[in-house]
Design a protein around this ligand. Structure first.
Ligand code: ADP
Length: 493
């Protein structure tokens, strides 16, 4: 969207600046008129010879008409030049997308290593150095610039220079003829130029708005997309006892535009304070299940209930407040560590410290030069610290703990941790989850043993549910199959 609407300064951002310049031009117009009137009305004394006619009302009208015409023509020519961009808005936006994408890929630190190792800059270069690219030397806009667009622009500038010449000639001649003193020359030249500038400003801004309209179309099409997600207004009851019961009742789900069901007839009740592990192979629907629980999507069929009421009926923000989630692709920010944990600038330091301790980051925290005030990464502060993937995951877990929501959801929370750190998190898991209802997604089955219950997903359905021991005893079951497949890597060595 950004690449589509901001190219060359066109699009939504241009609207407020257009309005501002329109208002300022109108105000300048009034001032300009007030200061200029006497230029036209001042009489030339008799005896100025041929110059006497400069003071006649007819001549004043004539010269005013010429000035107005020139004032109007210049911005109209400039707008005509701009219209070549507006007429080719699709080419312009597409060119801007390529430029915005390939032109700046090398700026992202996260791509830097692969970029250098495999010379991906060559791919970017291929796109950026295309001679017939939209903005390149043989591209459509370069052709226009060398042709009609350039001519209109040049004509516009030429006309505005002619205007200045006419103004100087008229004002100086009138002063020469004795209509006013020499000191008034600069005042009149300035006021006429401002007056003409304001009229020109109004015309060019109106033209610019018209040229900008095609660039806004996409933004309005985007804004017109209806929000199909129903947002209720029911408040979520605040319960000290954290007795929030969530139930999936025959839930099926298809991603928008997809033919296939990502979830099929899922029935599940989260028992308060219990730890549920969700396991299954890649693509079996685990993440989709969590996305539905967090209302990032609504079920295609069936319903999800919170304390017996369809979650759609709740106020969305209130509903979200009962979940702390550590997504697989979570992000930390280049803020101080404490602000990352608390997700706010004013926070309870001892609580933040406690959460980091629980998540296994305590030792590292004590080594940090500014403790909780240490900036993460170098984007904001050159003395910021870079953290490893595993450390980042611990901070993300601490952030989920700080929120202290009744439900804690960990999506593959230990994928980036080394085996020692992973074992440390598991051993602390009960402590971490406390009295919360915990949902734990993993495809590393060994990490789910400590959960009260395990749900096994396969092709979008829950095919088994029970304790680790019960599921392992099920000879033909998927869980046992997955367990044995993973266990062999550890036992054969
Ligand atoms: P898991 O978390 O178990 O790896 P997912 O829930 O991510 O599985 O995916 C379940 C199914 O939904 C897969 O077939 C996947 O291809 C599909 N899917 C996931 N995300 C999308 C999406 N945004 N659009 C369309 N299909 C998707």
């Amino acid at each position: 969207m950004k690449q589509n609407i901001t190219g060359g300064g066109w699009g939504l951002n241009r609207v407020p600046s257009n309005i501002l310049s329109l208002v300022s031009s109108v105000l300048t117009l009034f001032g300009g008129v007030a200061l200029t009137v006497t230029l036209f009305t001042s009489k030339v004394p008799d005896g100025a010879g041929a110059l006497t006619s400069l003071g006649s009302p007819l001549f004043a009208l004539l010269i005013a008409a010429v000035m107005i015409a020139i004032t109007v023509i210049s911005p109209m020519l400039s707008n005509k030049a701009g219209s070549y961009l507006a007429k080719n808005v699709d080419d312009h936006n597409m060119g801007n997308r390529f430029f915005g994408f390939f032109g700046f890929l090398g700026f992202h630190p996260e791509y830097a290593m692969d970029m250098r190792m495999y010379r991906f800059d060559k791919v970017c270069e291929k796109y950026n150095s295309k001679k017939d690219g939209v903005f390149s030397s043989h591209g459509i806009f370069a052709r226009y610039a060398r042709g009609p667009m350039g001519l209109y622009k040049a004509a516009s500038s030429a006309v505005s220079v002619i205007f200045t010449g006419v103004v100087y000639a008229f004002v100086c001649l009138k002063a020469w003829a004795g209509a006013f003193g020499l000191g008034a020359v600069t005042q009149y030249v300035a006021s006429v130029t401002r007056l003409s500038g304001s009229v020109g400003g109004i015309i060019s801004t109106l033209g610019d708005m018209r040229n900008n309209a095609p660039f806004l179309e996409l933004t309005f099409r985007f804004l017109d997309i209806p929000n199909n997600m129903y947002r209720g207004s029911l408040t979520v009851e605040k319960r000290r006892d954290r007795k929030y019961e969530v139930e999936f009742r025959d839930v099926s789900f298809r991603y928008p535009g997809s033919e296939n069901y990502a979830l099929r007839h899922v029935n599940m009740k989260f028992e308060i304070g219990r730890r549920l592990a969700v396991v299954g192979e890649n693509g079996s629907g685990k993440t989709t299940f969590i996305k539905l629980l967090c209302r990032l999507y609504d079920p295609t069929e069936g319903e999800i209930l919170l304390n017996g009421i369809d979650i759609r009926k709740y106020n969305y923000d209130e509903y979200m407040s009962i979940f702390s989630v550590v997504f697989q692709d979570f992000r930390l920010f280049a803020f101080p560590l404490g602000e990352n944990v608390a997700a706010r600038a004013d926070y309870d330091e001892s609580l933040a410290r406690d959460c980091l301790e629980k998540a296994g980051f305590g030792e590292r925290l004590r080594e940090l030069p500014d403790g909780l005030g240490t900036y993460l990464y170098k984007d904001y502060d050159k003395d910021g610290v870079n953290v490893s993937g595993g450390e980042a995951q611990k901070i993300a877990i601490a952030r989920a703990l700080y929120k202290d929501a009744p439900f804690i959801i960990l999506d593959e929370p230990t994928a980036a941790l080394d085996p020692v750190a992973e074992a440390e998190i598991y051993s602390k898991f009960n402590d971490i989850a406390g009295d919360k209802t915990a949902i734990y997604i993993s495809h590393r089955l060994s990490s789910c043993k400590f959960c009260d219950e395990i749900a096994v997903f396969c092709d979008g359905s829950v095919i088994q549910q029970g304790t680790h021991e019960a599921l392992l005893d099920d000879e033909g079951g998927k869980y046992r199959e997955l367990w044995l497949a993973q266990a062999q890597y550890y036992t054969e060595a």
